[in-house]
Unconditional design. Structure first.
Length: 199
């Protein structure tokens, strides 16, 4: 079973990973964006780590909704409201249970990813974070490790795609040949999840 502490550790592990990878995320956002994805997420997940230390929410749902709200209020770029919605809606779907099992979490995360698709209007293949998140959710029924591999493969598979959503879409065909920064950070988020689960 997964408790509030598990979800707190997931968010903290994500914050650590974002610190390590911020430069790479910003570099990926340079040719097909405005070179701020790493710093956007750094600001956001630092704030998430700080608020989770201070408030100590007691349920999985409360941890994720608080983290999501924090991302929405601290990240100015497109990724803030999108990741914020992912975590907030996943948290909401978990309700106020003190613990959730892996299947319940997988289902809740699917609700969160659906909400991101609704908010941003992106479909699979549009070269966005969805291309990592959706395969991860599909594989999560199997294991956390399978979700991590699926997210990483999904992120890498964005390279040959032409962007149809977000800033990169302004480049048209020139967006081809670059890995999407948001799909890359989504793979980090899911890798942090697998790491937290000890997989
Ligand atoms: P901004 O583009 O505002 O500078 P970021 O650089 O932080 O924001 O985030 C860019 C990432 O956000 C993209 O690489 C993409 O994965 C994701 N993204 C942008 N627009 C959308 C959308 N409509 N739906 C899903 N993801 C999106
Ligand atoms: Mg950007
Ligand atoms: Mg920006």
């Amino acid at each position: 079973m997964l408790d509030a502490d598990f979800f707190r550790r997931w968010m903290t592990a994500t914050a650590v990973s974002v610190e390590h990878e911020a430069e790479r995320l910003t570099a990926l956002d340079s040719p097909i964006g405005d070179a701020d994805h790493g710093s956007n997420l750094q600001r956001g997940f630092r704030a998430v780590a700080t608020v989770l230390e201070k408030d100590e929410p007691g349920t999985p749902g409360a941890v994720l909704t608080l983290a999501g709200r924090q991302l929405i209020s601290t990240v100015g770029g497109a990724s803030g409201p999108l990741y914020g919605t992912l975590l907030r809606r996943t948290g909401k779907a978990l309700g106020d249970a003190a613990e959730v099992d892996e299947q319940e979490f997988a289902q809740a995360l699917r609700t969160g990813v659906d909400a991101v698709m609704q908010l941003g209007g992106a479909a699979p293949g549009d070269k966005t974070m969805i291309d990592a998140l959706l395969p991860a959710v599909d594989a999560l029924g199997q294991s956390f490790a399978a979700a991590r591999s699926a997210a990483e493969e999904g992120a890498q598979a964005t390279t040959p795609l032409q962007a149809r959503k977000g800033r990169a879409s302004y480049l048209g065909e020139r967006s081809i040949g670059h890995q999407d920064p948001g799909a890359t950070s989504s793979a980090l988020l899911i890798a942090a999840l697998a790491e937290t689960a000890g997989e």
